[in-house]
Design a protein. Structure first.
Ligand code: NAI
Ligand code: MG
Length: 352
């Protein structure tokens, strides 16, 4: 088996952590006997500043032919906020119909969490966020009535078709895990969208009789997730609620250094994209302080999606074992450099 990866390093710590992910993937390919070919696409803030272009149609079409996209991070203080997000990241998600944003929330042993008394065995769930609709279609209008009387309308688009794809994916994921699916919404207030989500879940439920289904309002979710994360296995939700609760999830699991994500194409017509949740971190770029675990765990999600389950598990285990040793590595006089951590992770993958 040979997999063709499109690699987008991006800016700041993007290339620094992505290189560690590639090292881990190389180690896994040797150990598990598959081939990886990667092609780099120089996209991001620096490329935009140099060329004035975000991404050309020809580049998109070349990326489309890859099996998966490994994405670092992009952003630069010299580029206005929103330009890269809308012009590149959201564009890729939309063009490649990446309907699911997958955010595992797992507390690995040794990783400090701000939640008092939370032990790793109680925190292992996944947020499945609808990635293309809801309020994020950015449709609406502002009725200008002067500074005092303006009215802003922001539309939320929810199609049964997109919800069904995401809900079906979530049921199948739950079947492979602890067999519990929780719908998160605010259906008591957002009655139109909420009812459609609930209806789609109810319609799918009989096909998955082994999966237990429940429902939690998004505000209550913000209490339950940090206090009783063990009650969740797969949480399915819309674009906005998913954005918010998955950031809460990242905090619970110990922050941006360990939060991984996948943007999944479900129809097989375009590649999925795998990226750490963090951004380009200009404040620490170039210093070797970036934690590569989030990028390596994202690469693990990539292998799992490609069907290399064993290799995926070995990346996750290696990253987890290095994280478990980090408090010691980060002690006085022991500065753990991004590259060294990447080497250590690759080494553990090789050794098994
Ligand atoms: P950020 O995630 O880049 O950094 C937030 C804080 O977390 C910083 O103090 C940073 O040093 C720290 N941090 C982030 N990743 C880390 C890691 N792997 N190891 C250790 N510390 C880490 O978010 P920020 O500062 O709000 O944004 C910086 C730039 O990144 C902006 O241009 C923003 O637009 C962009 N951004 C891009 C994203 C993407 O490419 N998907 C996502 C979020 C932000
Ligand atoms: Mg976010």
């Amino acid at each position: 088996r040979t997999y063709n990866l499109a690699v987008i390093h991006g800016d700041g710590i993007g290339p620094e952590v992505n290189h560690q992910a590639l090292k881990a993937l190389d180690a896994a390919s040797e150990r598990f006997g598959f081939r990886l070919e990667s092609t780099e696409y120089p996209l991001g803030a620096q490329n935009y500043l140099d060329t004035g272009k975000l991404i050309e149609v020809g580049t998109l079409e070349r990326i489309r032919r890859h099996d998966a996209i490994l994405f670092g991070a992009m952003g630069d203080p010299r580029v206005a906020p929103g330009i890269l997000e809308r012009g590149l990241i959201l564009r890729i998600r939309r063009e490649f119909r990446q309907q699911v944003n997958l955010r595992p929330v797992r507390l690995y042993p040794g990783v400090p969490t701000p939640i008092k008394d939370l032990s790793p065995d109680r925190c292992d769930f996944v947020v499945v966020r609808e990635n293309t609709e809801g309020l994020y279609v950015s449709e609406g209008s502002t009725v200008h009535g002067g500074t005092k009387n303006a009215v802003a309308l922001q539309e939320s688009v929810n199609t049964a078709r997109a919800i069904a794809d995401v809900v079906d994916y979530s049921f199948r994921l739950a079947q492979k895990r602890r067999k519990k699916l929780t719908l998160c919404h605010k259906k008591n207030v957002l009655v139109h969208a909420g009812e459609l989500w609930q209806t789609v879940v109810d319609e799918h439920s009989p096909q998955y009789p082994d999966v237990e289904v429940d429902y939690v309002h998004v505000d209550a979710m913000c209490q339950h997730m940090p206090m009783t994360p063990e009650r969740f296995d797969v949480i399915v939700t819309d674009n906005l609620f998913g954005d918010i609760i998955s950031d809460l999830g990242a905090t619970i699991q110990g922050g941006l250094g360990v939060a991984a994500s996948a943007n999944l194409n479900l129809d097989g017509q375009a590649p999925s994209m795998f990226e750490p949740v963090h951004g380009s971190a200009p404040d620490i770029a170039g210093r070797g302080w970036a934690n590569p675990a989030a990028a390596v765990l994202s690469a693990a999600l990539c292998l799992a999606a490609l069907g290399e389950g064993e290799a995926a598990l070995s990346l996750e285990r290696a990253a987890a074992s290095v994280l478990a040793g980090l408090p010691a590595l980060a002690g006085p006089g022991m500065c753990a450099h991004t590259d060294e951590l990447g080497d250590l992770i690759a080494q553990r993958i090789t050794q098994g």
